[in-house]
Write a protein that binds this ligand. Structure first.
Ligand SMILES: Nc1ncnc2c1ncn2[C@@H]1O[C@H](COP(=O)(O)OP(=O)(O)OP(=O)(O)O)[C@@H](O)[C@H]1O
Ligand SMILES: [Mg+2]
Length: 351
């Protein structure tokens, strides 16, 4: 399809995906003819100048990262009155946009293709290398999930896995704190969020926050299920804060040494985690292959965590859940979250 839309230096050709915060277009740099993806953030509140400022600062920091495992940011801007007049509803006035490297192989949550243990191990090692690069430069992703791991194919400029949406969750939480008077905020995707994120204790955030999310991805790759399944945000919060994931029965195609490794990533207390991505990578490489599956045994799950909706957990939300806990029907107390507290609002992307 030939495009009539241009945004900044970029022509937008077609929509490649949609997430909790907006729409992603494929296109190209008009002058250089380089393929690009342009993410247009249209979620409620995204046009607020405070969000635009927070996002601009975060994206500036992320644009300095230079690693093959992190999507390269090319430019950013907001939809001008001219753009909006020309293209109307497709480009809402004031919406921030980011132009970045195109990764046309979809994301990790789209992949249903089989993965051997060694394939899974190298995938995890690639993600750890990318995280290590960002962490060493003081940036924590805060919303690591399969939908934020893109796959660039051979036809793309830099093939391989790419972390995307670095800084977006942080911008959303800074904006929220700004408009609500520095109250605590929760921003992230509950299925992959670390306990300190559910507690809203942002002073405890660090590389281990992303390593926890990586543990949740690794668990899902190995078992076909997230460590704590379901969609009920409060139940997920309770489980991430209090429960140990239960390893499914059966013969899973990963070596025994995988389990203590992934359980270390998923520890509740940040101080007992691997402190750095490099520590986790070193231990991953050292997993003894004894008891490892045959090379041709594969994991072929489809990961969750794809499209999300942004929900606003405002003061009137009701939290009195009853749910299955480890297979038994049980009441559980709503966790000590800042949810539902007076005037508290949070941006969350549901799994
Ligand atoms: N740089 C890119 N190149 C190619 N496709 C992309 C790119 N960035 C995103 N996409 C596609 O757009 C889809 C939507 O991405 P988006 O980041 O908006 O949503 P999400 O990650 O599912 O949710 P969230 O809003 O929490 O980030 C992705 O699943 C992916 O398929
Ligand atoms: Mg995303």
């Amino acid at each position: 399809m030939v495009s009539t839309r241009t945004l900044g230096a970029f022509a937008l050709t077609h929509v490649v995906g949609e997430g909790g915060m907006g729409v992603v277009w494929a296109g190209q740099h008009v002058q250089q003819k380089l393929p690009v993806a342009v993410k247009l953030i249209t979620a409620h509140g995204a046009g607020d100048p405070r969000f635009v400022d927070a996002l601009r600062d975060e994206v500036r920091a992320v644009a300095r990262l230079d690693h093959p495992g992190i999507v390269h940011i090319l430019d950013q801007g907001t939809v001008s009155a001219d753009d909006h007049r020309r293209y109307g509803g497709d480009l809402p006035l004031g919406s921030p946009w980011l132009a970045m490297e195109l990764a046309s192989g979809g994301c990790l949550s789209d992949r249903g293709r089989p993965l051997t243990w060694s394939g899974m191990k190298s995938l995890l090692a690639e993600l750890l290398a990318a995280l290590g690069h960002a962490h060493a430069r003081g940036l924590v992703h805060r919303d690591l999930k399969p939908a934020n791991v893109l796959v660039a194919g051979d036809a793309d400029l830099r093939p391989g896995l790419k972390l995307t949406d670095f800084g977006i969750a942080h911008a959303a939480s800074r904006f929220d704190a700004d408009r609500s008077g520095d109250r605590e905020t929760i921003v992230g995707t509950p299925r992959h969020m670390a306990p300190e994120q559910f507690r809203g204790s942002w002073r405890d955030y660090g590389p281990w926050t992303d390593l926890y999310a990586l543990g949740a991805i690794a668990w899902e790759l190995a078992t076909g299920q997230p460590p704590f399944p379901g969609h009920d945000v409060v139940r997920l919060a309770f489980m991430h804060l209090n429960s140990q994931p239960v390893r499914p029965a059966g013969d899973l195609p990963v070596p025994e040494g995988f389990w203590p490794w992934v359980q270390t990533l998923l520890r509740k207390d940040p101080s007992s985690h691997f402190r750095r991505a490099a520590d986790a990578a070193e231990q991953l490489a050292a997993i003894v292959e004894a008891g490892a599956p045959d090379a041709d045994r594969t994991l072929s799950w489809r990961l969750g965590g794809g499209l999300g909706t942004t929900v606003d957990l405002s003061a009137d939300a009701s939290f009195a859940p009853t749910a299955e806990v480890d297979g038994t029907e049980a009441d559980y107390a709503a966790p000590a979250l800042p949810l539902g507290a007076d005037g508290f609002r949070a941006w969350m992307v549901c799994p």
